[in-house]
Design a protein around this ligand. Structure first.
Ligand code: PMP
Length: 290
């Protein structure tokens, strides 16, 4: 049985989820000066649990921390993830580590600030292939990489929040960012693939997050990674998006263009589901046992 109250890792200790307090002058709260990850663990066939591609997630987080001047020890941060999962007896879970700048100055120079690290884990529902999503082209542009590198920096996600809000208000499930030249960037929290005449393409773009699920699927499917125009995407036989939370998600429509029943996407979805649950021994290197 799970321990009574869920616990969270906060600055070196596991504590009750409602006990940590952050000062209202927390720099990250005012300026978005933090970096996070979105990771998942899964119950495995042997009765245990494993985290999918933990080192890759922690390395991406380290890059973001370095950019912000936050000290980040990958080994200790990874161990905190595992300890939090164990404390909460979580197997199928979404894992949210966050490193951020605390109090010390209201100015922008980060040197005087305290630094903090937390890990929260949340049980996830194991759901079978959900309904395909309706995608709408966003009126918003993605943060250009020349202004904000595509890492999981907290402040950068205001851009995703705006696009998600707009998409929902317009009756779509998710937003597709397209650049000024008409090239596909990504969604608010997922990367984009298409299938045309049996060939698989992963949309590449300098402003898009270098997704770990995307890299996984490129390796598994042999997809060609290259720039994709919105026009090309509209004419695809299948479109899917992928990410740690989304996994492999079929797209039903893009604005007014409707796709079919996404047979190849469903295959990749099933393969990914087997791999993350440890049912494909040849990909066991991607799993960190909890
Ligand atoms: N793009 C954005 C903007 C994201 O937030 C995410 C989720 N981390 C992704 C793509 C997919 O990345 P990953 O597969 O590493 O979760």
């Amino acid at each position: 049985a799970a321990t009574d109250a869920p616990r969270v890792w906060f600055d070196g200790k596991l504590v009750a989820i409602d006990s940590p307090q952050a000062p209202l002058t927390t720099h990250a709260m005012h300026y978005g000066s933090g970096v996070f990850e979105g990771i998942r663990s899964y119950a495995t066939a042997d009765g245990g649990a494993a985290v999918f591609r933990l080192p890759e997630h922690m390395e991406r987080m380290r890059k973001g921390a370095e950019l912000l001047g936050i000290d980040f020890d990958v080994a200790r941060a990874s161990e905190a993830v595992l300890e939090t999962l164990r404390a909460n007896r979580h197997a199928d879970a979404y894992i949210r580590p966050l490193a951020w700048l605390g109090s010390g100055t209201i100015g922008l120079d980060v040197a005087p600030l305290t630094q903090h690290y937390m890990v929260a884990t949340m049980a996830t529902q194991v759901h079978l292939a959900g309904k395909a999503a309706r995608l709408g082209v966003s009126g918003w542009r993605r943060n250009p990489a020349t202004s904000l590198p595509p890492l999981k920096l907290c402040g950068g996600y205001v851009n995703s929040v705006l696009a998600k809000r707009e998409a929902k208000q317009r009756g779509f499930d998710e937003a597709l960012f397209v650049d000024a030249e008409g090239f596909v960037v990504e969604c608010t929290g997922a990367n984009v693939f298409m299938v045309r005449n049996g060939s698989i393409t992963a949309a590449s773009h300098p402003d898009a997050l270098d997704g770990i699920t995307r890299a996984t699927l490129v390796e598994l499917t042999g997809a060609h990674s290259r720039p994709v125009s919105l026009e090309e995407l509209r004419q695809a036989d299948e479109v899917f998006v992928c990410g740690t939370a989304a996994e492999v998600a079929p797209i039903a429509s893009l604005d007014d263009a409707v796709f079919g029943d996404n047979p190849l996407t469903r295959e990749f979805q099933a393969l990914y589901a087997r791999i993350v649950r440890g049912a494909e021994p040849r990909h066991a290197r991607w799993l960190t046992v909890v």
